[in-house]
Design a protein around this ligand. Structure first.
Ligand code: GAF
Length: 384
């Protein structure tokens, strides 16, 4: 659905043209998983799949929300009634952003909103961050708040952490707000400093496939929070602010200090080696050795599977099958416990690889995966 259609549907629903239409994309993370809440490094890029929002202001303290993707009519909320963890439906994401903006002192007086998204939900591709960021950007524009993109991302993260109740890091919202077409975003989640790294796979005869396993995941469930708490325990035991402060060169000594707490040892090892993998990937891309990032991605998968323990049989099957069929590298992407994997491959191998993965899923009796090519796309922006 394009901006025109979203605007037309808005007019049908609310009886007037919207003041504007905005877009915010989903993302895949190339490398740097579960490092963001450890103050570490991540490297996502934006997908062409995006959430669109047609929005107009209101002055009467009401927020009216409608989605083309969900059954049901317009949902109406009084701004003064918005309260953390009072809503378990999709409306918690946009309403949470309004709550976070107001809580930060911004005088939002109401809005009419119509949303439509092409970001697959429950697939580890940041459909919720896309919803948050598109609303934040629309309200920032309409109310003239003049917020920087990183600040919008922080407010969206607060909506997700406090209002929705999912203890996620800052990667997804920053990716949606800040990514640029043709680039991956090298982000330091400690201070949100960013570098846009050119990432044009097609020019090198390469492709990156996303394989959505159709195993749905959620971050408000307990496992994500348990990993986060385990990492914080590791940092406390090591006497650092965050695991980001454990140098890769000092990893063995740090692990020795953790003694026989096997679970914390595994979590710490993943985070410290993963931060190092991000730096390695950045170095390889900068020196034009794009194919050489493949094995680093695959190493990252092994670490998430064996140390962080957040993979699942379907994700492992994608990775194993793709590598056996000649992929340069493959790994799960996003929060884990389902969702999607990425596969880096020669352009000429893509059809065979997709077929091999689809056949392996059929043979295992799994739901057919959704396979598509990921092209680094634009971040959030106003469309009209
Ligand atoms: C999810 C979270 F929302 C991110 O903050 C990040 O922790 C990611 O999982 C794992 O890298 O997408």
């Amino acid at each position: 659905m394009g901006a025109q259609q979203v605007a037309e549907r808005f007019a049908e629903l609310y009886g007037a043209e919207p003041e504007g239409v905005w877009a915010a994309p989903g993302r895949v993370n190339l490398i740097g998983e579960h490092t963001d809440y450890n103050d570490g490094f991540v490297m996502p890029f934006a997908l062409p799949h995006q959430a669109l929002a047609a929005v107009s202001r209101r002055a009467d303290g009401l927020l009216r929300l409608h989605s083309a993707d969900v059954e049901g009519g317009i949902v109406e909320r009084r701004l003064d009634d918005l309260a953390p963890q009072s809503d378990e439906s999709w409306t918690a994401y946009p309403a949470g952003v309004v709550w976070a903006l107001r809580e930060a002192g911004h005088a939002i007086t109401g809005a009419d909103v119509h949303l439509s998204s092409t970001v697959p939900t429950g697939a580890g591709l940041s459909s919720s961050a896309a919803l948050e960021v598109v609303i934040a950007l629309a309200l920032d524009d309409l109310y003239g708040l003049g917020l920087r993109r990183w600040k919008l991302a922080r407010l969206c993260q607060r909506a997700e952490n406090v209002y929705v109740g999912a203890p996620t890091g800052i990667m997804d919202q920053t990716a949606s707000a800040c990514c640029e077409q043709g680039h991956a975003l090298f982000l330091d989640t400690r201070d949100l400093s960013q570098q846009q790294i050119p990432f044009d796979l097609a020019a090198e005869g390469l492709r990156l496939l996303v394989v959505d396993t159709r195993v749905e995941h959620a971050h408000s469930g307990g496992e994500y929070g348990k990993r986060r708490a385990g990492c914080e325990k590791g940092a406390a035991l090591l006497g650092v602010d965050a695991l980001r402060d454990v140098p890769h060169a000092g990893l063995d000594a740090a692990l020795a200090r953790l003694g026989d707490d096997e679970e914390v040892v595994r979590l710490v090892r993943h985070v410290v080696t993963e931060d190092h993998r991000v730096e390695r990937v950045v170095g390889l891309l900068r020196s034009g050795e794009t194919r050489a990032i493949g094995p680093v991605l695959t190493e990252g998968h092994a670490s998430l599977r064996d140390d962080f323990r957040i993979s699942c049989p379907e994700l492992d099957l994608v990775v194993d099958t793709a590598l056996a069929a000649g992929a340069l590298g493959a790994r799960m992407t996003g929060g884990g416990f389902g969702g999607s994997a990425i596969v880096l491959a020669e352009a000429t191998d893509v059809d065979n690889l997709s077929k091999a993965v689809e056949e392996a899923f059929a043979a295992a009796g799994y739901t057919a995966p959704r396979v598509f090519e990921a092209v680094p796309s634009a971040g959030a922006r106003r469309l009209r």
